[in-house]
Design a protein. Sequence first.
Length: 295
Amino acid sequence: MTLIDFITAQAARLKQAGVSFGHGTTNAFDESAWLVLWALGMELDALEAQARRELSADEQAKAQALISQRIESRQPAAYLTHEAWLQNVPFYVDERVIVPRSFIAELLVDAEGSGTLDAWLSDQTRRVLDLCTGNGSLAVIAAMAYPEIVVDASDISDDALAVARINVEKHRLAKRISVLKSDLLADVHGPYDLILCNPPYVNSQSMDALPPEFRHEPRIALAGGDDGMDLIRTILRDAPRQMSNDAVLVLEIGHERAHFEHAFRRLEVAWLETSAGEDEVLLVTRDALARWSRA
Ligand SMILES: C[S@@+](CC[C@H](N)C(=O)[O-])C[C@H]1O[C@@H](n2cnc3c(N)ncnc32)[C@H](O)[C@@H]1O
């Protein structure tokens, strides 16, 4: 059987088993291609050139076993391969962190190589905080996109910090990224010129309805309380004290725009467009936060 036919057949198995996507792929074919190519030790971009290659019985058995593991365990593929890609950058992952998929990464790197956050930054942008860093992916991508910055990557979870350190080392960025433990902004040392934050924001009702794949991820990385805004309340309250005068905070809130607008009615924010639309990532300036907290 050819590689392309095999991947198509394995995609049908994934579909029939009703597995969920959203951890690096959005459909059965892409998920099958990822797992099959990985099982065969092939580069992820090798499919086009190798599509008609005949697979041996051994190769088929090996890749089929990985697909079976995916179906039976309902673990996200990245926990099986210990690798996730974000904006073409590879990251180590395991069950200690969520699989990185933040839309903020798109804003740091666009197709031309200049981030769409540029309009909000200046040549004075030096100190950046990746708050709730998880596996460190946003810190790493920010450091790659802006060679002049230094980044603090913070998280409350020792497990997450251990994985973040692996990724900082993997990309040889230890001189520019400091990994540190902090309960939100309590133990970080600003002022920062830019804060990036993809916090836990899933509301309780949505938490109860999560597919099994998402239940394999650390609950502390997802759950944001009744309306999803528990941690965001603290972040918005404490952020101005850790921001320089012209600083901005870029915050991801997933599908919680209605809850966000209800909780922070008078706060002026700019919604930033990503491939997920205009409702998932927002930007707020230090000035706007200060005005809002005085109101
Ligand atoms: C949605 S994950 C984001 C991870 C990473 N930034 C990404 O985009 O893949 C949220 C992260 O917030 C961390 N977290 C949860 N509660 C926290 C707290 N009180 N203080 C700091 N980090 C916290 C979790 O450990 C988790 O790594």
